[in-house]
Design a protein. Structure first.
Length: 83
């Protein structure tokens, strides 16, 4: 779980929107797509590593992965979400 103090200072590196923790159902659905080999990140590369958590941009369009309690705050690593 991302520490609340850290979450308060993190923002989307592209738009500077606030981030919120992804719901467990969203992470589970994305992990199922990773296992099936069908999930791609914003750069179009296949996502192969399971997500521990995710941070969703305020507009709900992208999720930044969290792996081993480290948020991956790179625009190309963001995972597009259906709105």
């Amino acid at each position: 779980m991302i520490a609340p103090d850290l979450l308060r200072i993190l923002c989307c590196p592209e738009t500077h929107q606030e981030l919120r923790p992804a719901e467990a159902t969203v992470v589970e659905a994305l992990n199922a797509r990773i296992a099936a080999g069908t999930l791609k990140n914003r750069a179009g590369q296949a996502v192969t590593e399971k997500l521990d958590e995710g941070l969703v941009r305020a507009d709900g369009r992208f999720l930044y992965p969290v792996r081993r309690n480290i948020p991956v705050m790179l625009v190309d690593e963001a995972i597009p979400l259906a709105i």
